[in-house]
Design a protein around this ligand. Sequence first.
Ligand SMILES: [Zn+2]
Length: 566
Amino acid sequence: MKFEDFKYVRPNIDTIKTDMTATLEKFKSASSFDEQDGFLDEINKLRSEIDTMDNIGYIRHTMDTRDTFYEKEQDFWDENRPYLEELNSAFYKALVDSSFRNDLENKWGKQLFTLADMKLKVFSSDIISELQEENKLCTEYRKLMASAELMFEGEKRNLAQMQPFMQSKDRSTRKEASKVHWAFFEENESKFDQIYDKLVKVRHTIATKLGFENFIEVAYLRMDRSDYNHVDVASYRDQVLESLVPITTELRERQMKRLGLDELHYHDELIDFNSGNATPKGKPEWILEQGLTMYKELSKETEEFFNVMTDKGLLDLVSREGKAPGGYCTYIANERVPFIYSNFNGTSGDVDVLTHEAGHAFQVYSSRNFDVLEYNWPTTEACEIHSMSMEFFAWPWMDLFFKEDEAKYKFSHLAGGLLFIPYGVSVDEFQHYVYANPTATPEERKTKWREIEKKYLPTRNYEDYPFVDKGTFWFKQMHIFEVPMYYIDYTLAQVCAYQFWIKSQNNDTKTKAWEDYLELCKAGGSVSFLELVKLANLDNPFKNGSIAKIAGPIRSYLDSVNDKEL
Ligand SMILES: [Zn+2]
């Protein structure tokens, strides 16, 4: 069956409540492991059905935000998700209290119970109204971002459609485009401030009601982090500052020289070469065809996976009016298939969708046989290893997409990942400040943001944009609003993905690296982050020296490129 034929039916919340409660009661009073295990199957099926409808509804809403049917369905889910969380919570409680817990752990693995323990700590029926408010505010942010209709070069454009202009090789075009882009945020400054301020306050209330000092620990638990804490993360940020920031500062200076500029302004950061950034050499349909070839040649497993994606219409890639911005990959549990969503805009980002988002999709497809929802995806820092590593495993096929721009693409990709990490830790440090200081004013937050940026991104220059210079860059960072503390995950995964890149560059280690990657994908979310890292034979990024270790090989590759010729 194709995606367009997947049936969406709004679930009846009362029926769900009755069914779930009844099955949970039977689970609790089961007199043997086998009996209880049978009810666990039933519960998993029920949860899977709900999750499936939630996801189909969400996908169709983002595909056309003007469709009032699915807009109403979003309201329905926003309203009811907390009740479903309450049911989930009852499920987790029954799970951890089970008198057959040992047998269940033997069959299903420890991770489900570790997750259940964490989820229980961050949910209580006392916080349902706060959770509803949090959901509504996130939707409000999403709508505000999607409402951007920017007039540029005679046409109305959304934020994603401005990207190609913001990295134009013509300096005045990219400067102008950046101004138009930031003007949207400036015009809506008070809205962004209000939404975020309300989010911080409601999250702080949630934390205190749950018995925590502030929201930081709640955010870690929500992110299902079971084997590291904020102290590990703080020392990891220090590693970045010591081992990486000197290199990224050098890379920015190199970029400035390469571009022949005296000063590298913010709007110059997005352009790597005066001859233009690497771009895919064809239209969206053509890019997709190259993707088919790539996954066919890469491995038998990826070939099967990508055929399913195209045959079942599980890709919505091209930008069009009304589509929500951004890109994501999600999973439709009952059909056991992923879905990839993006806004192609003619930049190399289009190819990243086919490697990055497809990496996510390949993982969830590889682990689709787990019957428990919790194991379909790992925790998010582990998820990004699959996607970011796939970007590197795809390197041998980049000539297909970029032709004469292949060398440019690879240079930008490798350097870009490195340049991203200090930004990623800035977003993380900022949020630690925000939630440790819930009474800070919007102005204080902006000042703090700029201070953190100056530490990790010392070359960043917003001289032409006083509005951004006062500390508002983060307005555009969806994760800060919608998924607190998420962002560091991208950097942790990048550090892991670079390890796969290093191995894949060497003929002696590349086959083993791919095998390790397949194992990692198949394991899904059945174990924790650091266990997955170990299973894939990767170095733990928190271990002092891990970042310095990857920096060497990356730097020598970049140094070997005569970038002025590109
Ligand atoms: Zn991703």
